[in-house]
Design a protein around this ligand. Structure first.
Ligand code: CS2
Ligand code: MG
Length: 402
């Protein structure tokens, strides 16, 4: 059996997605997500201009050798573009292998460790009252875990809160919008938000919060300490993790569980965080960290230190990644939680998939491969539109972390 054709499908059903489709000489095809929010066309070029020519004629069942070939053979290692491109090829090959075996990928990994994958939804509000309303709405919809983000008085834009109620899509068409950030206001108001949420809904729901790289280590330590009475499931991206040691400072001050890693692209980005037990959940995701083949290594390494998975699952990860994540989440023994930002109806039409939401969990049937497809005719009706994530500046105008 040989790889006969490789192609990328770029579509924008409301937001951009890049998908890899690999077809074998026996007509079996597999899909991989290659979406890197704000840098989509770089990954398409890496795939089309550099990877595809090298893979034609190879046996698609030799996933590990192809992964090693793409990782070691590039000479220039790691980085989000490279590892997203490798991830897309890897996902598509796992999809093909499952179809050949007549089994879902979770069976190829080792079968089900659980019947469903617990998810967390996004409760956003422009103010505390609206955020609490959104939390109550998620509880009614059956969510056991809920991320809570709210506007901050005195700041016109805050991460995780849209202009209108409900759905929040960070990427915006045109050039990067500029937002102003004020840490002091954020630190003053966030503990109060969670005091009110706990007062309103009690301590049963798992509450999560994303600080989105905005704090210095000591500021992160202060926030996590202030949130201890509200028993958080986790605080995410409390401080940028380029310097993995900075999480030591947070750990010294607080028992609030920490999650990090959606911007990581290999095990080397999180090795010390895991080994030193500086985090509790690893958020690296299949589309940006080298695919199922590499995430399996990260998860097994994390299990040695009782760190659990908490994969990224925002709307800029396509249903192909979500299908791979559900397969992975059904199998992985040290599963923690899976993020779920529901895609738009149009996106779900472009990417028909088997996974579905049921009372706080994602479940799927025994379908071969990843359990996702792409409607190429519909995808072609929605061409790429340049879009960027915002940038953040401090009040004095200095660039900050968005
Ligand atoms: C966020 C994302 O889902 C999350 O935890 O951090 O919304 C993130 O901002 C986007 O995925 C970036 O593309
Ligand atoms: Mg995040």
């Amino acid at each position: 059996m040989k790889i006969e054709r490789l192609e990328t499908i770029v579509t924008c059903p409301g937001r951009n997605f890049v998908t890899v489709k690999i077809t074998t000489d026996e007509g079996v095809y597999g899909l991989g997500d290659a979406t890197l929010n704000g840098r989509e066309l770089s990954v398409r070029s890496y795939l089309e201009d550099h990877i595809f020519p090298c893979l034609v004629g190879r046996d698609p069942r030799n996933l590990e050798d192809i992964w090693q070939y793409l990782y070691r053979g590039a000479y220039w290692r790691r980085g989000p573009v490279t590892m997203t491109a490798i991830a897309a090829i890897d996902m598509a090959l796992w999809d093909i292998l499952g179809k050949l075996a007549g089994m879902p990928v979770y069976r190829l990994l080792g079968g089900k460790s659980r019947d469903g994958v617990m998810v967390y939804g996004h409760a956003n509000g422009r103010d505390h009252a609206e955020a609490i309303e959104a939390v109550q709405q998620h509880i009614e919809e059956g969510y056991k875990a809920i991320r809570v983000q709210s506007g901050v008085p005195g700041m016109d834009k805050v991460y995780g809160v849209g202009k209108a109620k409900g759905h929040y899509e960070p990427a915006q068409k045109g050039l990067p919008p500029e937002e102003t950030w004020d840490t002091a206001l954020y630190l003053r108001h966030t503990p109060e938000l969670f005091r009110k949420v706990r007062e309103a809904v009690g301590f049963d729901p798992h509450l999560l919060h994303d600080a989105h790289h905005r704090l210095t280590p000591i500021e992160a330590a202060r926030l996590c300490k202030d949130l201890e009475p509200y028993r958080m499931f986790w605080v995410e991206d409390a401080t940028p993790a380029d310097n993995q040691e900075s999480f030591r400072l947070i750990r010294q001050h607080s028992t609030t569980p920490l999650a990090v890693g959606e911007v990581f692209n290999s095990i080397w980005d999180c090795k010390d965080l895991i080994k030193e037990q500086l985090i509790d959940y690893i958020r690296s995701t299949i589309v940006h960290a080298g695919g199922i083949t590499h995430l399996r290594r990260i998860a097994d390494f994390a299990a040695m230190y009782q760190v659990r998975t908490g994969f990224h699952g925002a709307t800029d990860l396509s249903p192909v990644t979500m299908a791979a994540a559900v397969n992975f989440g059904l199998w992985v023994p040290n599963f923690g939680v899976q993020e779920l930002m529901p895609h738009s109806e149009l996106t779900d039409e472009v990417f028909p998939h088997n996974y579905r939401y049921e009372d706080g969990y994602l479940v799927m049937d025994e379908v071969p491969g990843l359990g996702v497809d792409i409607d190429e005719v519909l995808a072609a009706k929605h061409p790429y539109e340049r879009a960027y994530l915002p940038v953040a500046r401090l009040r004095d105008g200095a660039m900050w972390n968005w």
